[in-house]
Design a protein around this ligand. Structure first.
Ligand SMILES: *Cc1c(COP(=O)(O)O)cnc(C)c1O
Length: 384
């Protein structure tokens, strides 16, 4: 089957998947094994040791490559392990230009782990792609983009950044966790590497922690595979299975996330007790036109600031929510609410955080796929 010709809604189910060679199992078996029998040293059926490769992980990696329109997928123990592998492509002295309002854990990994190995990170607003050029030096080797950004919902023009990256011979990596390939495929827009916290929408059920990379280029895939195997933060067989199962319904879930997200964004925007709502689907969103051109819909992630705009105002609301669970993470079938300043983004210094808009009163919603009316009723009660 040439699954490159399939439409997205078929790729989620069939992309890179074949019935299992052993017994024809339609669903990939969970090969819960560390090692594989060899008939004579070096003679095996493609698998030697499960850090290097495992058939269940291969099934997931093929699916990831298919849905992101890439050629090679790599599955990691977490999203951060996937990012870690990308940064390990670099050498001491190299520089990275990164989005300034990015996932707090990515920021922490860059600043607190990799800076001490001599890699330099510059964090900038990327909403205006031309401005990025000012920060590129002859040592810049990687541009790290997250779009829509977390939690401010800024949208970055992937195509424009990729033109710039190519001019300077710099790798462009895009964290596609928020949008998922249902809404945007960065490799088609010129990115070299797509990264996911598959913990979120790809897995979709808040039951695994998994990371992913997808690339088109064989040489780049080989380098990343070398790092994956050498460092060893691989995705286990059970988690590979669960993530694959999640991906099969990605398109159905994402559409409902988008529909519920739209309803809730509009509800909040009209609410007299809400000061500001961040959602790329609004026509007056600063990057709405870019969002429209590179995304097929606007997703279920929304941030907002309640009237009063104080830390206490935000905490009062998140504590009163019932259907929205107050928790870290996002992208599951269930709705979650978060308080970035004290939760996901607590590892970013307050001054740094507030520069990009992550104020103490900001609340972030991951709108799930429950009934829209129930979700709005929950918000109505909590906002009061
Ligand atoms: C959660 C998240 C990560 C980190 O992924 P883990 O699976 O938690 O390691 C990276 N980027 C974004 C946008 C995320 O939401």
């Amino acid at each position: 089957m040439d699954d490159k010709k399939l439409k997205f809604n078929s790729k989620t189910i069939h992309g890179g998947q074949e019935p299992d060679a052993a017994y024809g199992a339609v669903m990939p078996p969970i090969y819960q094994t560390s090692t594989y029998a060899q008939s004579t040293p070096g003679a095996h059926k493609g698998y030697e040791y499960s850090r290097s490769a495992n058939p269940t992980r291969t099934a997931l990696e093929n699916s990831l490559a298919s849905i992101e329109n890439g050629n090679y997928g790599l599955a990691f123990a977490s999203g951060l392990a996937a990012i870690d592998a990308v940064v390990k492509l670099l050498d001491p002295g190299d520089e990275v230009v990164s989005t300034n309002d990015l996932y707090g854990g990515s920021y922490r990994l860059f600043k607190q782990v990799f800076e001490k190995y001599g890699i330099k990170f510059t964090f900038i607003g990327m909403q205006n792609a031309e401005k990025i050029a000012e920060y590129i030096t002859d040592k810049t080797r990687l541009i790290w983009v997250e779009t829509p950004t977390n939690p401010m919902m800024n949208v970055i023009d992937i195509k424009a950044v990729s033109v710039l990256a190519k001019q300077h011979d710099i790798l462009l990596a895009v964290d596609n966790t928020f949008a998922t390939p249902y809404l945007q495929t960065p490799l088609d827009l010129g990115a070299d590497i797509v990264m996911h916290s598959a913990t979120k929408y790809l897995g979709g059920h808040s039951d695994v922690v998994v990371g992913a990379l997808v690339v088109k280029d064989k040489e780049l895939a080989d380098k990343l595979y070398f790092i994956q195997n050498a460092s060893g933060a691989v995705c286990g067989p059970m988690d590979s299975f669960l993530t694959l199962r999640g991906i099969k319904t990605l398109h159905v879930r994402m559409q409902r996330h988008c529909d519920n997200g739209k309803a809730i964004a509009n509800y909040l925007a009209k609410h007299p007790k809400i000061e500001k709502v961040y959602w790329p689907g609004f026509e007056d969103h600063a990057n709405h036109e870019i969002a429209k051109s590179q995304m097929s819909d606007f997703g279920g992630m929304i941030s907002f600031i309640p009237a009063g705009s104080s830390y206490e105002d935000a905490i009062r609301i998140v504590e009163k929510l019932r259907l929205f669970t107050l928790a870290e993470s996002l992208g599951g079938v269930e709705s979650l609410a978060g308080h970035p300043a004290s939760m996901t983004h607590a590892s970013i210094p307050k001054e740094e955080r507030e520069k990009s808009g992550v104020v103490d009163s900001l609340i972030r919603l991951s709108v799930g796929i429950e009934d829209e009316a129930d979700l709005i009723a929950d918000l109505e009660r909590a906002i009061g």
